[in-house]
Write a new protein. Structure first.
Length: 244
């Protein structure tokens, strides 16, 4: 495939849009019930909370429905929640699929495990809205865009080694943070068990202090996160550098 496959547009599907509107509507109503059933609050106070929240919810729903990614002969245009970004084909350094770090908080068919990004000439990335595995055949569509990208970017286009390094290091940092969070979650239960040891066994004073909730969860858990993230990042950087 090539630039002849353009233009292409990606936006939220009708079924997914209906689900978003329904979920936001039900959640908003249920969330407002305690406020409006509270007898000790006056009507002005209730409206002062409800109206701003209603405006925020309406904006989020409208923005999610309007968001889109469009690819044509000039480049890629991404309409996000806070504005529109345009990327000319020649300034794009890469188009790639990456893990969605927020997938764990999503449920149902709208869950997106993988999303796509276009990397700019400065090494920063722009998420391609609705070019994800919950909306399209992600592998096929990213392949279409990458094939189309090879023509309009020009015959004299070359990949910047410096930008490529920044892209790879940025991905290494993001994966390292995910690794840190994963290890912290795995360590949470064992750390809690350690915290309760002084309640069931006699331990020396210094050890009892070290097993206090503040030390175990306030120091131990962050230490696990930082250690796992740093080790993961250093390993990935060594691999990028061609080390063992």
């Amino acid at each position: 495939m090539s630039a002849r496959s353009l233009p292409r547009e990606y936006r939220i599907s009708q079924g997914r849009a209906t689900g978003v509107v329904a979920a936001v509507g039900v959640t908003s109503v249920l969330g407002m019930l305690p406020l409006w059933t509270a007898e000790d609050l006056s009507a002005p106070v209730k409206w002062s909370v409800t109206l701003p929240l209603f405006v925020l919810v309406a904006w989020l729903v409208t923005a999610s429905l309007r968001a889109s990614t469009t690819a044509d002969l000039k480049g890629i245009r991404v309409r996000g929640f806070t504005g529109t970004r345009r990327l000319a084909w020649e300034e794009i350094q890469d188009i790639r699929v990456e893990i969605n770090p927020g997938a764990g908080a999503q449920q149902g068919p709208a869950r997106t495990d993988f999303v796509s990004y276009a990397y700019r000439a400065d090494g920063r990335r722009v998420q391609l809205m609705y070019l994800d595995d919950a909306t399209v055949d992600l592998e096929r569509e990213v392949g279409v865009l990458r094939a189309a990208w090879e023509e309009p970017r020009g015959a004299d286009w070359t990949r910047s080694p410096d930008v490529a390094r920044r892209i790879e290091r940025g991905e290494a940092r993001r994966l390292a943070l995910m690794s840190g969070f994963a290890w912290a979650m795995l360590a949470f239960v064992p750390l809690v068990v350690l915290m309760f040891v002084p309640l069931f066994a006699d331990v020396p004073g210094p050890l009892e202090t070290g097993l206090s909730p503040f030390v175990v969860l306030g120091v131990g858990l962050p230490a696990v996160f930082v250690t796992a993230a740093v080790l993961s990042y250093r390993k990935r950087v060594r691999l990028l550098s061609g080390g063992e």
